[in-house]
Design a protein around this ligand. Structure first.
Ligand code: NAP
Length: 274
């Protein structure tokens, strides 16, 4: 479909803009549904000006990336309650000048997990207490998971646990907590390219009963997931969270259900050399 003045624009905004998988996924979805939409990327330093530009130019939606996920909140007309609780917005929608913020990382992580397991009543060990962990802790808790947080920096684990009204333990207790966990989620950047051979969780601590979710998606097969597969655990790939958070954004931007398989294919194609 050709581009005209009527084409609806969506974009990711970040600083630096760097590399993003979002344009491939969203544009593949628009093409599949024959929508007059295009998804691009902008490097935005001043997020307030970024929101003004959205209003001026009639940009329909933003995927909000680092470092703007918290600062953007002050410029919005409305924020969905879940994003408010999480304290971060990664999706912004422009409805004729009314700007609303959402968090799609939360739904993305829950849907990725739910492809493989129910969450209600399960002991969920969340490793890490950064931005992604925040969304995941709230999502898992909302689904009835019993969450324990562990992090390199204890103060951050404590602070997130207090905010989400859940438990935390200091990192020395990792082995004991792995023993108790049904679901283990790595939300840290540990194991991310180029440090692909790093091991935070000793392989001998994994059991076939464990469900292991590593949100790192470059590489797709992280060392943790390789170990978990060899032990016989159920594994959840990080790219699935990336996919399902984009699926929620697609729905919010276009008002249509996303063609999930087409978007997944586009994402896997992008990641295939990593
Ligand atoms: P962040 O806010 O900077 O948090 C980083 C977390 O990783 C913190 O808990 C940090 O611990 C921990 N950490 C970093 N290096 C570590 C190390 N060497 N040893 C132990 N802990 C370490 O980052 P984020 O935005 O949450 O992103 C974290 C990872 O998730 C990245 O790899 C990102 O690509 C990935 N991610 C994936 C998705 C997806 O859709 N699959 C979405 C978002 C993010 P301290 O608190 O001690 O510093």
């Amino acid at each position: 479909m050709s581009i005209s003045s009527k084409t609806t624009i969506c974009a990711f905004i970040a600083n630096p803009a760097g590399h993003s998988a979002s344009p491939s996924m969203h544009n593949a979805g628009y093409k599949e549904l024959n929508l007059d939409f295009r998804y691009v990327g902008f490097q935005v330093e001043d997020i307030g000006k970024g929101i003004n530009a959205m209003k001026t130019l009639g940009i329909r939606g933003y995927s909000v990336s680092l470092p703007h996920k918290v600062d953007v909140m002050q410029f919005l007309d409305e924020i969905e309650p879940l994003a408010k609780s999480i304290g971060a917005v990664n999706t912004v929608v422009n409805d004729n000048g009314k700007i609303t913020g959402y968090n799609s990382d939360c739904e993305g992580s829950v849907l990725a997990l739910e492809e493989k397991t129910s969450i209600n009543g399960k002991n969920v060990l969340i490793i890490g207490a950064g931005g992604a962990a925040r969304a995941i802790v709230f999502g898992v808790k909302e689904k009835g998971g019993i969450v324990t947080i562990i992090n390199r920096t204890n103060e951050k684990a404590k602070s997130l646990a207090e905010k989400a009204q859940t438990s935390w333990v200091s990192r020395e207790n990792l082995k004991r907590e792995l023993e108790k966990a049904d679901i283990i989620i790595n939300t840290t950047s540990f194991g991310m390219k180029p440090n692909i051979n790093q091991r935070m969780i000793p392989k001998e601590c994994l059991k076939p009963e464990h469900i292991v979710f590593d949100i790192v998606y470059v590489p797709k097969n992280t060392q943790l997931l390789k170990d978990a597969k060899e032990v016989g655990c159920t594994i959840v790939y990080g790219y699935k969270m990336l996919l399902y958070q984009a699926v929620k954004q697609f729905r919010l931007f276009t008002g249509q259900e996303a063609p999930v398989e087409v978007m997944e294919e586009a994402l896997l194609d992008l990641l295939k050399n990593n």
